[in-house]
Design a protein around this ligand. Structure first.
Ligand code: FAD
Length: 348
């Protein structure tokens, strides 16, 4: 399956089979050619797909500028089978090591555009080059949903944050708020309680909805208090955030003093590249997949948080990715694929 006849130049840094061919900020040219599979995104889903594609001996590239993805935002994973408790960075480190055991290239770059070629293959453009591939897996995950209130943008990094693990340590003995009522929001509050003297969970609904085990931890933590049925309308301060303003009084006033505010109100799927390629999305802009992780386009698969899977967890993303790699393998071994992009012709 590995094709050495037709070669293309791309740039970026590549990790392959345990060695870094070019790294850091130094960009150097390297040669690449027709890939069996290009996986976009190197979070738990992308790396899982990479491990399986590597095991199937497909010529594989995984492209991501920020290898690791969302899982590195949590230091407490207690629901990934095989690990009673592990941090996100440690878990993804293991995935990365595992992928290096196979001939999987990890390319530190960002995919900017994808074109469908004549006769069923794809051209994937990174900053300074492109790949040709027979199949694609979108494992592009999500980005933070914004609160979209006055002051949010202005105070981002100066009191407004989106990741407790990254920025929580700035709030030792301070008063912080977490906006949101999901399990992720509650876990953010638990992380912050390790630093702050007081943590308020501010939720627009009647009742927060974490996993029962995290609900118990919240209720047992004396530092954490829940404010339900309340929206933040504005964020104000001088150099740093000082107050937020609620839509209704809490303890007699709408003005509420906080040193820091962590926003965890869900995530938005990064499905734009897929949409432009003609991949079908649902009404939440998530990629629609079937039980084999296939999309509506032949040779295009998707896995993890970017899909219409309604239980977005590391293990579900890894499972979808495994399926996607297997389907891609069946697709390229079952069909003779001749790629024709522009005037460039590649043969198997
Ligand atoms: C605070 C918090 C706590 C959590 N706790 C748990 C937990 O305890 N247990 C659990 O199982 N799950 C937990 N989750 C959920 C879990 O983190 C996600 O389900 C999982 O990490 C999703 O992985 P993914 O690979 O699908 O997407 P991501 O991890 O988001 O990876 C997507 C990757 O795609 C890359 N990408 C996007 N666009 C491009 C592009 N154009 N070019 C190249 N690369 C691109 C991004 O850089 C990113 O690295 C938690 C989530 C949060 C936010």
């Amino acid at each position: 399956m590995v094709n050495n006849k037709y070669k293309y130049k791309t740039r970026g840094s590549i990790e392959s089979g345990g060695s870094i061919e070019s790294g850091g900020n130094v960009k150097s040219s390297h040669e690449t050619n027709l890939y069996d599979i290009v996986i976009i995104g190197a979070g738990v889903s992308g790396l899982s797909a990479g491990i399986y594609a590597g095991r199937f001996q497909m010529k594989t590239a995984v492209i991501d500028q920020h290898v690791g993805g969302t899982i590195v935002l949590t230091n407490d994973i207690s629901n990934y089978p095989g690990f009673k408790q592990i941090s996100g960075s440690e878990l993804i480190g293991k995935f990365r090591e595992h992928a290096k055991d196979y001939d999987v290239q990890i390319v530190k770059d960002h995919v900017e555009k994808i074109e469908k070629c004549k006769y069923g293959c794809f051209k994937i453009f990174i900053e300074n080059g492109h790949f040709h591939t027979k199949t694609i897996i979108f494992a592009t995950g999500t980005e933070w949903r914004k609160l979209n209130v006055p002051g949010e943008k202005e105070f981002t990094g100066r009191g407004v944050h989106y990741c407790a693990l990254c920025d929580g340590a700035f709030y030792k003995n301070k008063i912080v708020g977490v906006v949101g009522g999901s399990d992720s929001a509650v876990k953010e509050a638990l992380v912050l309680a390790g630093y702050a003297k007081k943590v308020y969970i501010i939720y627009r609904g009647d009742k927060i909805r974490p996993e029962p085990v995290n609900m118990k931890r919240i209720l047992e933590n004396k530092k954490i208090e829940i404010i339900n049925n309340t929206n933040i309308m504005e964020i104000k301060g001088n150099e740093l955030l000082e107050n937020v303003f609620f839509d209704k009084p809490y303890e007699g006033t709408k003005k509420f003093k906080l040193d820091g505010l962590f926003i965890e109100i869900g995530r938005i799927p990064l499905s734009g590249l897929a949409k432009n390629l003609g991949v079908e999305l649902n009404d939440k802009d998530e990629i629609s997949i079937d039980k084999h992780s296939s999309t509506n386009i032949k040779g295009v698969f998707a896995a993890g948080d970017v899909t219409d899977n309604d239980f977005k967890q590391a293990i579900t993303g890894a499972a979808e990715a495994t399926h996607a790699a297997y389907e891609a393998y069946k697709y390229i071994t079952g069909e003779k694929i001749i790629c024709m992009c522009d005037n460039e012709i590649e043969k198997d």
